[in-house]
Every structure is written in structure tokens, then in C-alpha cells.
Design a protein around this ligand. Structure first.
Ligand SMILES: [Zn+2]
Length: 262
């Protein structure tokens, strides 16, 4: 990716454009994003119900890249055969990442539920490994368990550790495994001090920007990809640099894993 092309443009590496209410007002939302220089989007799936809509969206918009997978909140026993279907989609779409997949121990408190999440996560990691795709990781209270699974599966294609909220040391661990950490809408909450301290210190080539729109709005309302600009400005403020420098570096970081043609 030549530097000039991505200069000052922002890449929202995690937004659910196929979820309501974004999908009903997509043209306006993308125009609003473009006005803030947010011009690239990685749209991860949460489950098989999402896959066809995301594939159609990707065919419709050149600015959209996709990740297909099953989110830990939504795994169901009948999803096992869906993994076969996931494989077919990956074969048909060589530019698709796998995601969002992972572990959420805030939701799964009992051992059995944790184990079930782990089985689906490791199955999908193995598929990603087999088809050599980066992954988008959802990790809540389970960062080290995710890292453990990634190592156990011998997965080496990297990707994004979404909605990162941890320390510099934790980011370092993800970096060593070939992952970027997703810095996002947590920063829109002025009370989130820990992530501010991390972002101030973290090397810029460890991170990508994301909103998780329509989720994670600080006022519990609707979040929009246009907010990637505000996130970049807060990152820049914390690091005493220009938002354009943050935008450019984070865009290039994302392009290490996402094929961009425009
Ligand atoms: Zn998400």
C-alpha cells in the first residue's frame, strides 16, 4: 500500500455495518464517515446469519472488507455443521478474514460454557490456520486464555485483538503473536483512564483503530464509523502528535492483514 494513498485516511477495522440500525441508513452513514476521512471498513460477522449479508455488502462497496466466523456469544450446538459452510465461503472468498471469534468469560462463567466456547474458538482458529487467514478476536476477561489457544493451535497468521483495554505488557504479548490491538470506542469515555495510559505509551505500530459501531457508544446510544476520527484525535492528543500521523500509521498497520484495492 503506497503511503500517499492512505495518508490522512482512516480505517475502521471493526464495525458491524450489516447490523441495525446501521444497515437501514448505510449510504448516509458512509457519507458521514467519508466527511471525517473514514474511508475503509472491516466488517466482522457475529454468526452464520450475518454471512450472506456481509458478502453482499462487500460486493456492493469496494471500501468494505470482511471477516466471517461465529462470535462466542452466539455459538449454538447446531453451528457445528455451519463450520463446513464457513470453509466453503473462505474458499470462494480468498480475501475474507476469520472473525469475530474468541472467548468471553464475562458471559461464560461456568466451566462447561467456557469449555464450549473454547472448542468453537479452536475449531475456527484451525480453519483460519488451514486457509491461512488472519483472525479478528473477541476477548473479554479471557485475553490469556485466547493467547493460550492461539499458541496451542499453532496459529501464525495474526490479525486483530478487538476492543483492547489492557496494559502495555498485554499488548506486547499480542504483538509477539503477530497481532495488532484494536484501539476504539473505550477512549470516547473520559473515565477510561487505564486505556489512556496504555495508548500514551504503546508503540504506534502495535495498534489499529476501530469503533465496534453500532455498539460501544459512550452514551449507550448508537455508535458510528465516523467516530474513528474522534478516536484518532484522542490517540494523537495522548501521544502529542497529529491525528494524521495516527491515521496513516494505523491504516498501514491494518493493511498488513487486509487486502485493500481502491
Ligand atoms: Zn464486534
Amino acid at each position: 500500500m503506497p503511503v500517499l494513498l492512505c495518508m490522512c485516511h482512516l480505517f475502521d477495522t471493526h464495525c458491524h455495518l450489516t447490523h441495525p440500525p446501521l444497515r437501514q441508513q448505510l449510504p448516509q452513514i458512509l457519507t458521514q464517515a467519508a466527511l471525517q476521512k473514514v474511508t475503509r471498513f472491516l466488517v466482522p460477522a457475529t454468526g452464520p446469519e450475518d454471512w450472506s449479508a456481509i458478502i453482499r455488502l462487500k460486493q456492493q462497496y469496494r471500501s468494505v472488507s470482511m471477516a466471517l466466523g461465529i462470535h462466542p456469544w452466539y455459538i449454538k450446538p447446531h453451528h457445528k455443521p455451519a463450520l463446513e459452510c464457513l470453509i466453503q465461503h473462505l474458499v470462494q472468498h480468498p480475501d475474507a478474514l476469520v472473525g469475530e471469534i474468541g472467548l468471553d468469560f464475562h458471559v461464560a462463567k461456568e466451566d462447561k460454557a467456557k469449555q464450549n466456547q473454547k472448542i468453537f474458538f479452536e475449531d475456527q482458529l484451525s480453519i483460519a490456520r488451514q486457509y491461512q487467514r488472519p483472525v479478528v478476536i473477541h476477548h473479554v476477561r479471557a485475553s490469556f486464555a485466547c493467547i493460550d489457544s492461539i499458541q496451542r493451535c499453532g496459529f501464525k497468521y495474526g490479525g486483530f485483538a478487538h476492543a483492547f483495554s489492557g496494559s502495555v505488557q498485554e499488548a506486547q504479548k499480542w504483538h509477539q503473536l503477530g497481532f495488532m490491538v484494536g484501539i476504539g470506542s473505550l477512549l470516547l469515555n473520559p473515565k477510561a483512564q487505564k486505556i489512556r495510559r496504555t495508548v500514551a505509551e504503546l508503540p504506534l505500530d502495535y495498534m489499529v483503530l476501530e469503533t465496534d459501531a453500532p455498539y460501544m457508544a459512550p452514551d449507550k446510544g448508537v455508535n458510528y464509523p465516523a467516530n474513528t476520527r474522534r478516536i484518532a484525535e484522542i490517540v494523537a492528543q495522548l501521544r502529542h502528535c497529529d491525528w494524521q500521523e495516527v491515521a496513516s500509521q494505523c491504516y498501514q498497520n491494518a493493511c498488513r492483514y487486509v487486502e485493500v484495492t481502491q
